[in-house]
Design a protein around this ligand. Structure first.
Ligand code: DON
Length: 308
């Protein structure tokens, strides 16, 4: 049987997998993120012709969390060049939890990849800007451009919540500073990091951002927002480390470059085909939307979109 996005496939997948949300949980280490209702689920897709397909809660705002790491990585490469960025952070996958300090202790204080929190904190420190405010303004404006939505802003409540309780990230940043890996003022870098994790958007915005990465940096209107080689680098890092210690499982079962966030978002890139945005706040033990994982698995299989 041939499946297509035209005949209600997204509605079918959302309703089929939504009950899985009961098996997941909300991230209690960021108290403000325990507010959303666990059963929410929505998906938005935009293909390279500009056709859009949506289902469920695709217009509800949520915080981008770790999906922002692909945006900051892109900016750091644009600001400092690929060689410099990858001299401060590695490009190797890890088997540790996203906020683990273990790899820094065991092998090198230079974080193994830019997707784990330690690596992303270093990447944030590499973004140009005289103050944390200036860096954040640049990150927000770039995100708005990628999503083609000037309304995108920071959820201050989530920012304040994580700024107060994000002790793991605060320890990671001080550890990196002590090892001379993190340049700049620790508290300023943390401010920018927590703030870019708190950018609020919808699954529909995520789909627009994903489309840019799927078309080698071109927006839907044909504007070249990111050079093709930088896009390729970022897609590669997503494919290898976008889901931390379940990146292998995601590659095997789903098979596209993608990035998760504990706000419940997943951004999925089908090169030269489409951008996908998913929202479902109930998480599995690895910090991935539990409904999103299974919806994407079935979607990619039914439409035969795996890159492998
Ligand atoms: O730094 C943190 O822990 C959060 N702001 C983001 C973590 C995250 O989204 C992990 N990804 N699934």
């Amino acid at each position: 049987m041939t499946y297509s996005l035209e005949n209600g496939l997204l509605d079918e997948l959302i309703e089929k997998h939504r009950p899985l949300c009961q098996q997941g949980s909300l991230p209690s280490y960021i108290p403000a993120l325990t507010n959303p209702q666990q059963h929410l689920a929505g998906i938005s897709i935009i293909d390279i012709k500009g056709s859009r397909y949506n289902s469920g809660d695709y217009l509800l705002p949520f915080t981008i969390q770790s999906i922002s790491k692909i945006i900051t990585l892109t900016m750091a490469i644009l600001d400092q060049g690929e060689d410099f960025v990858f001299s401060r952070v590695g490009a190797e996958p890890t088997e540790d939890k996203f906020n683990s300090i273990l790899p820094l202790e065991i092998s090198s204080a230079y974080p193994p990849n830019p997707m784990i929190n330690a690596g992303a904190i270093v990447v944030t420190s590499l973004i140009n800007g005289k103050t944390s405010q200036e860096k954040m303004d640049r990150i927000l404006n770039f995100t708005r451009k990628l999503a083609n939505n000037p309304e995108i802003s920071v959820n201050e409540e989530v920012f304040i919540s994580e700024r107060r309780t994000g002790n793991k990230n605060i320890s990671l940043a001080y550890y990196l500073k002590d090892a001379n890996v993190l340049l700049g003022e620790v508290e300023d870098v943390l401010d920018t990091y927590f703030r870019h994790c708190s950018i609020s958007l919808t699954a529909s915005d995520l789909a627009n951002i994903a489309l840019v990465y799927s078309q080698d940096g071109k927006s839907l209107t044909g504007e070249q927002l990111i050079p093709p080689m930088v896009c390729r680098q970022v897609r590669t890092i997503m494919a290898m480390s976008g889901f931390y210690d379940e990146s292998g499982r995601f590659a095997r079962r789903v098979g596209i470059p993608a990035k998760s966030g504990v706000g419940g978002g997943i951004l999925g890139v089908v090169p030269n085909r489409m951008g996908i945005g998913f929202y479902g706040p109930s998480l599995n033990t690895k910090g991935t939307s539990i409904v999103g994982f299974d919806v994407l698995e079935e979607l990619i299989e039914k439409l035969d979109l795996s890159i492998y």
